[in-house]
Design a binder for this molecule. Structure first.
Ligand SMILES: [Zn+2]
Length: 149
């Protein structure tokens, strides 16, 4: 059972914080969950998560922003990941969205593209384990990160 995760409107590749105050030191200890989803391919919709609706006796996927029916084959897969991370000798749950996840995997030289298959997706996240990062946090969301050498 996976908690539904609110996918923020700012979860966009275009809005990565390039210059950020990376003052918090964390170490990723575990993966709690990885949730893949289909996102609307239209640029103004900003990678909005598609929702399933029941219409004319069938299930269809629609973007809640542009309200267009969208085929999953036209969509990119995005994901949001919950990790356990140690900070100030305490372990807590933190959330990593797609853009930051790609950035963090990139620190390990890995080009990351999520897949809808959850076990495969979780396995592909193994390089996160044990990573020491300096991050900018917004409540429990990792907004930007670099390696903590
Ligand atoms: Zn849309």
């Amino acid at each position: 059972m996976i908690d539904p995760v609110e996918v923020s409107d700012t979860d966009s590749d275009d809005e990565l914080l390039i210059v950020a105050d990376l003052s918090e030191k964390i170490k990723i200890m575990g993966i709690v969950s990885a949730t893949p989803y289909y996102a609307c391919p239209k640029k103004p919709c900003n990678n909005k998560k598609l929702i399933t609706v029941y219409e004319n006796a069938k299930y269809v996927m629609k973007c809640p922003t542009c309200l267009k029916e969208t085929r999953t084959t036209d969509c990119k897969v995005y994901c949001v990941v919950r990790v356990l991370a140690e900070k100030d000798e305490k372990i807590s749950e933190m959330i990593i969205f797609q853009a930051q996840l790609r950035q963090i995997m990139g620190l390990r030289g890995i080009e990351f593209d999520p897949v809808m298959d959850i076990p495969k997706l979780e396995m592909s996240l193994a390089p996160l384990l044990g990573m020491k990062l300096k991050v900018k946090l917004h409540t429990n969301k990792i907004m930007a990160a670099c390696l903590d050498q």
